[in-house]
Ligand binder design. Structure first.
Ligand code: FMN
Length: 98
């Protein structure tokens, strides 16, 4: 029930590097939202439905639908917003070369 739904697209001609940039762009939006007391939920699950989304938002074929993102204030009464995922310890995913 978020009041704002964002759909993100990227020009089809852009390659891996631009997708890395795009990830940072998405994260900046999420961090900026937190800075203003808002919450987000990025959702790649929208991407497979691009055929349905395109005509609604007038998205041309030259653009790839990357993901969606819900934006609003967290509803703390909803159990799904209570879910907290564990974080793997640093040693599990970083190799320190000495
Ligand atoms: C670009 C992007 C797309 C995502 N798409 C989905 C998705 O389609 N479905 C889903 O369950 N989680 C998706 N996630 C993960 C959730 O948005 C969220 O990060 C996850 O529930 C873990 O939350 P946490 O990092 O606060 O623990 C996506 C994350 C990112 C960064």
């Amino acid at each position: 029930d978020a009041p704002v739904g964002l759909i993100f697209t990227v020009d089809r001609r852009l390659n891996k590097g631009s997708w890395i940039d795009y990830g940072m762009f998405l994260q900046n939006i999420m961090v900026a939202a937190r800075g203003r007391g808002l919450h987000t939920c990025p959702q790649a699950a929208f991407a497979p439905y691009h055929r349905q989304i395109r005509p609604v938002l007038d998205i041309p074929d030259e653009e790839i639908v990357v993901c969606g993102m819900a934006l609003g204030y967290e509803d703390t009464s909803k159990p799904e917003n209570e879910f907290r995922t564990d974080r793997a310890p640093l040693e599990d995913w970083v190799t320190f070369a000495t």
